[in-house]
Design a protein around this ligand. Structure first.
Ligand code: CO
Length: 139
């Protein structure tokens, strides 16, 4: 039996400017920005909104070398990745690897909110950049 991912944790959305995106999420959708956080490992500034138990993560590049800057250059603003909450990033990566899926990261690293995260390559996932994220038990 394959170990299932638990639930959708968040959707990542690439934006050029969090400040310019905030009015839409706050005033049109009526959501509240929970926090803004720089994630050094990914060279992004993030803003989180909760909706129905899952989150929307706005991603703004902090420099030209940010993977999100490259995404914005080639694809423009829009949905960037889907993140699945998993019990074990290491276990889920191993399962993906065994199935022949190309990994971007061989092991988890600290993402936003202290979660352990890792990504699968969109070439192996029908074009959807896919993140696994594991709640840190100390949080
Ligand atoms: Co994410």
């Amino acid at each position: 039996m394959k170990t299932p991912v638990r639930q959708i944790d968040h959707l990542g959305i690439a934006v050029r400017s969090i400040e310019e995106a905030l009015p839409y999420y706050e005033n049109v959708l009526g959501l509240r920005c929970e926090r803004i956080e720089v994630v050094e490992s990914q060279k992004v500034r993030t803003a989180f909104f909760e909706v129905g138990g899952i989150h929307i993560e706005l991603l703004e590049p902090t420099c030209a070398e940010s993977p999100v800057a490259k995404f914005l250059e080639s694809r423009g603003e829009g949905v960037h990745h889907i993140a699945f909450r998993v019990d074990s990033v290491a276990g889920q990566l191993a399962q993906a690897r065994e199935s022949g899926v190309r990994l971007i990261h061989e092991e988890g690293f600290p993402g936003a909110a202290g979660k352990l995260v890792a990504f699968l390559h969109p070439k192996s996932t029908m074009g959807v950049l896919t993140e696994f994220c594991q709640m840190d038990d100390t949080h």
